[in-house]
Design a protein around this ligand. Structure first.
Ligand code: FES
Length: 157
């Protein structure tokens, strides 16, 4: 990883934005990486703006690597004001753009964030957001896993 990317990731890790469960979310999505076993969950809240439903807030929790946390941090900031359709079209590369290009070995970290976002907005092939009341907790979902995971605890807002 180049120094600039490393320092941006370090900065995002020191002060991750939008970290933590959102109790009043409209949608939630969880995804696990087959490459490394890391997991990420994203919560989305919509609001009405000029006659359109746009993303008001997005938050995340991660059992994953620092790059995924950094990407989720910048992505959740970027999603504000986007419609579900606009957000669904965003690639991992676009979501992580403010960090700069990721090395090939870290591209799947951004795809983890993209996957959680799509899962929240589409569910399992559904056209409506994945309702949060249908989702197991992230801890329930990783309970069966024996992989080593880094746990990022919620912080007070
Ligand atoms: Fe797997 Fe980053 S190493 S998400």
């Amino acid at each position: 990883m180049n120094d600039d990317l490393e320092s941006k990731i370090e900065e995002a890790i020191k002060n991750p934005r939008n970290l933590g469960e959102m109790k009043d979310a409209d949608a939630v999505g969880t995804v696990g990486s087959v490459d490394c076993g890391d997991m990420l969950r994203m919560w989305i809240k919509f609001k009405e703006e000029n006659g359109r439903q746009v993303i008001d807030r997005a938050t995340f929790q991660s059992f994953g690597c620092q790059t995924a946390i950094a990407v989720a941090s910048v992505a959740t900031q970027l999603l504000k004001g986007k419609t579900a359709d606009e957000a669904k079209k965003m690639s991992g590369e676009e979501l992580s753009a403010s960090l700069g290009p990721l090395p090939p070995v870290k591209i799947h970290c951004a795809q983890l964030v993209e996957g959680a976002l799509r899962n929240a907005l589409e569910g399992e092939g559904a056209s409506v957001p994945n309702r949060k009341e249908n989702a197991p907790t992230l801890l329930e979902q990783i309970a069966g896993s024996r992989k080593k995971m880094k746990i990022v605890l919620d912080r007070e807002p």
